[in-house]
Design a protein around this ligand. Structure first.
Ligand code: 0A1
Ligand code: ZN
Length: 883
């Protein structure tokens, strides 16, 4: 499909489309303006008469004045694109209300009332996938952050907690399964219709409401909690998908057990349902007792899912489950506090995954995600603190900063407290705030009180944006090593001046002769600069710093190359070893791109990297999962991040040249590794996963150094593959090469898996992220493929997000990549504003790109900004990006 020619309102539904559109310059909402809601809503009753294109919703809200808030004669019930067909107060029709935009403002004379409202909605035409929508013949909801107001009028804010009783009815043949939050308390039939009544005993904000109706089947199991309560567990999917649900179910049971052991948290309902839907804006949603998941994070079997997919399913299942305490039992007071639930829950899911698999490898992966997604955010026009001060559209703040940096900030508290004392802090937090809508400040205070730690200055991590830069200088005097550290927090939009923050850095000093250190120490740098002295060093030691990535900072040090080689070969901290290898490559590539290397220096740099890599390839003590991490070259984005302004073309050329050189110099070692790994049969154990990982890495090096040999090996790996990891890895390499095997295997892959949406997504993504010179034309052609649609976010992301993240295509010198993303944003915005807005940040990086390309990126942003009827989501991102 030609997205440039997509009609701007393909639904032809003026009312819905207009409702989704926001006027230019939507208001700014500020954290400091928070006021408690003047009314409490202790009880909410909802009655849904379900139909795909017409659903009637009747609500009855009990409202009483909030003694802790200013008294108001009115109550504001938020709406978004809906109209009330009937409004009653205390059983009587009323006209004592006004409309303020989409909201109803009702005048209430007394202190307690019952409000009844009726609305009628059209789920089938809801392409925004917020509120109640249709997906593959089923109905489901997404209410976070402000989707509930697209279903019925309600104080749609997270600090209004209510107990929900929900009746749902509809045609039994169409919707045999009716699910909602909490427990099912009654069911019945009326002719061809049936109904179910659900009650959730736990007061919750409207964003945690969920409903699902459809033709679904379940993988059912149970879990007995630490206090002996039996909980029924279901993973609901469409019929043909049942055999791919076992890993999700196992992950759920592991999550439940782990949360009891690691955080003392027990599940609190008799039922826990997970539903997989194929049209979903995000990964998954933690609705109370009824998690709704993108199919991508539920369905997995070895034939269709890679090892990475298996890990992602486990991580996301854990994440949503852990929200039951960090998010649901204790929710957020307002959306500025989003990191309260998200940062903490990401940390919890990271620790869970660390415990389930290889902790060091998981840590390295998490740092890589932070550096590729969050560091660029923090150094660009969209930088914001983990607790933002203002927003126009909250959906734009579900960011790597709020989630991943938020997790790092809490991880630092844990590092400073120690694991055991940190647990005392979280126990206190859960005790103190259970049942409340809390703030980030409540969390920090609980940790402070529970641990006995002064976090006064540490709170700056919540309010200051930007990745701190730590400068390091190690000198040697007599028998002392002197470590001088400095910190600066860079200027970010709206925050010109910054204060020093406490930065916990784990350090170790290695004795050169023995290759050992005498213990790791934690130094907390809380000033602009400080000096630390370490006695007992006859000779200058080698410094290993920010071990385990103890702080989310960039470290700047002028360290001799031989010290990096030393650390890359023997640092006992796996992250620090990985970091030494990365620094070795980054240092070389930045200098090479900058054109400051003499021929000799270039040769010397490559030689050192090759020797360090050789040691890694042949180190018998390394497991292959970790070996694979050490073999991964720094990404193009990460290299670019080291420069104020970068030329993507030059980085690509230098990076590929280094890869080719390593591939040819180490060809013998790499092929020996491949041959060994190839003999390990398929299993989901670490050893076999590691073998698969190194095999494909070897192929990527071979592709750069000896493409013909790589194509032969990859084609053979593809043909012999008995699992998706090997097959996708081989196809990824072939997709970047010329030749007949590329065409054959791409065709084979499509034919083999056509009809399986998640695997067809991979087929799109592989081509969009390839290093092939024709990638731009390939993506254009794929947009016309009959399987491509703008209506499914997974499909859109598989083609265009993969492309936008592929510097080789996105930064094509003629600006065609930017134009394609500009076209996409304009075509997608009226259909799915939330997803469209997520494509703006790649264009927003223009200030950090060489002037020729920067002008073309900016041009696209200006073109988008001028479009009439832009959504609030896209409008906000584009204006901030133009700055
Ligand atoms: N709370 C969810 C993320 C989420 C946010 C918004 C959504 O709306 C489309 C969906 C999901 C989580 O952290 O998993
Ligand atoms: Zn979350």
């Amino acid at each position: 499909m030609d997205i440039a020619r997509t009609p701007s309102n393909p639904d032809g539904n003026i009312e819905m489309a207009d409702a989704a559109m926001q006027p230019h310059d939507p208001p700014e909402i500020r954290r400091e303006d928070y006021r408690p809601f003047p009314w409490l809503v202790p009880d909410t009753r909802l009655d849904f008469e379900l139909g795909l294109d017409s659903t009637r919703v009747r609500s009855r809200l009990t409202v009483v004045r909030n003694a802790k808030a200013d008294k108001s004669p009115t109550i504001r019930l938020n709406g978004d694109g809906i109209t009330a067909t009937r409004v009653k107060v205390d059983g009587e029709p009323t006209s004592a209300f006004t409309m303020d935009g989409d909201d109803i403002v009702l005048t209430l004379p007394g202190d307690a009332h019952e409000i009844a409202i009726e609305t009628e909605i059209d789920p089938a035409s809801n392409s925004q996938l917020m509120g109640l929508y249709a997906s593959n013949g089923m109905l489901c909801t997404q209410c976070e952050s402000e989707g509930f107001r697209r279903i019925t009028f309600f104080p749609d804010r997270p600090d209004v907690l209510s107990t929900y009783t929900v009746r749902m009815s509809g045609p039994k043949a169409q919707f045999p399964i009716l699910l909602c939050n909490g427990n099912r308390v009654a069911t019945g039939e009326e002719g061809a219709d049936h109904w179910a009544e659900w009650h959730d005993p736990w007061p919750k904000p409207s964003y945690l409401f969920a409903l699902v109706a459809g033709d679904l089947v379940a993988n059912t199991d149970s879990f007995t909690t630490m206090n002996g309560r039996k909980v029924e567990l279901n993973v609901w999917v469409r019929e043909g998908d049942l055999e791919r649900t076992q890993h999700a179910m196992d992950s759920l049971k592991r999550s439940m057990k782990w949360d009891e052991e690691a955080f003392g948290r027990e599940y609190d309902l008799d039922l826990f349902n997970i539903v997989a839907v194929s049209d979903f804006n995000m990964g998954a949603m933690e609705n109370k007792g009824l998690n709704v998941f993108n199919t991508k994070y539920v369905l997995a079997d070895p034939d269709t899912a890679t090892d990475g997919d298996f890990d992602a399913v486990e991580g996301v299942i854990g994440h949503e489950y852990f929200h039951n305490w960090s998010g649901n039992r204790i929710t957020c007071r307002d959306w500025f506090q989003l990191s309260l639930k998200e940062g903490f829950t990401v940390l919890r899911d990271q620790l869970f995954s660390q415990d389930m698999g290889s902790a060091p490898v998981k840590r390295i992966e998490d740092v890589r995600i932070l550096r590729s997604a969050q560091f660029p955010e923090d150094s660009g026009p969209l930088a914001h603190p983990i607790r933002p001060d203002s927003y126009r559209e909250i959906s734009n703040f579900y960011t790597a900063t709020v989630y991943n940096k938020g997790a790092e900030v809490i991880r630092m508290m844990r590092t400073m407290a120690g694991e055991e004392r940190f647990r005392q802090g979280t126990d206190l937090y859960f005790d103190r705030h259970d049942g409340e809508a809390a703030t980030c400040e409540d969390f920090v205070k609980s940790i402070e009180d529970g641990v006995g730690l002064d976090l006064t200055q540490f709170r700056l991590w919540y309010s200051q944006a930007g990745t701190p830069k730590v400068t390091v200088d190690l000198s040697h005097e007599g028998d002392e090593a002197v470590l001088k550290l400095g910190q600066t927090v860079p200027e970010t939009p709206g925050q010109p001046l910054k204060q020093p923050m406490p930065i916990p850095l784990k350090v170790a000093l290695f004795d050169r002769a023995s290759g050992k250190h005498s213990g790791e120490q934690l130094v907390v740098l809380d000033k602009a600069s400080a000096e630390y002295r370490f006695q007992g060093f006859a000779e200058k030691p080698v410094l290993s710093i920010n071990r385990g990535f103890s702080a989310p900072v960039t470290v700047e040090r002028s360290i001799p190359r031989e010290e990096l080689v030393f650390l890359a070969a023997r640092d006992d901290d796996p992250f620090a070893r990985y970091e030494a290898m990365q620094d070795l490559m980054v240092g070389h590539l930045v200098a090479a791109v900058g054109g400051t290397l003499s021929d000799d220096e270039r040769r010397g740099g490559r030689e050192d990297i090759a020797e360090a890599m050789r040691a890694i390839l042949t180190d018998a003590k390394l497991d292959d999962l970790m070996r694979g991490e050490l073999m991964i070259m720094p990404s193009q984005t990460y290299i670019a991040e080291q420069m104020d302004v970068s030329d993507p073309g030059r980085i690509h050329t230098e990076r590929e040249a280094l890869k080719a050189e390593l591939g040819s110099r180490l060809s013998a070692e790499m092929h020996a590794l491949y041959d060994r790994a190839e003999k390990i049969p398929f299993s989901l154990e670490a050893e076999a996963k590691g073998a698969r990982k190194v095999k494909t890495l070897v192929l990527t090096y071979a592709a750069a150094s000896d493409p013909a040999k790589a194509a032969e090996l990859a084609a053979s790996q593809y043909e012999r593959a008995d699992n998706m990891t090997d097959r996708q890895g081989a196809l990824m390499v072939l997709t970047g090469l010329e030749g007949v095997e590329r065409t054959n295997k791409l065709l084979d892959f499509y034919n083999r898996y056509r009809g399986n949406a998640l695997v067809v997504d991979k087929w799109f993504a592989l081509q969009a992220s390839s290093l092939h010179p024709g990638v731009v034309e390939h993506v254009k052609a794929l947009a016309e493929h009959p399987d491509f649609t703008l209506r499914n976010p997974n499909r859109v992301r598989s083609l265009y997000m993969a492309f936008a993240a592929n510097p080789h295509g996105f930064h094509a010198p003629d600006g065609e990549g930017y134009r394609m993303i500009g076209d996409l944003i304009l075509a997608l915005d009226p259909i799915n504003a939330q997803t469209a807005a997520r494509f703006v940040p790649p264009l927003g990086r223009w200030r950090r790109i060489e002037p020729g390309r920067a002008a073309m990126m900016r041009e696209q942003l200006e073109r988008i900004a001028e479009a009439p009827k832009l959504s609030r989501d896209t409008f906000e991102q584009v204006t901030r990006s133009l700055g």
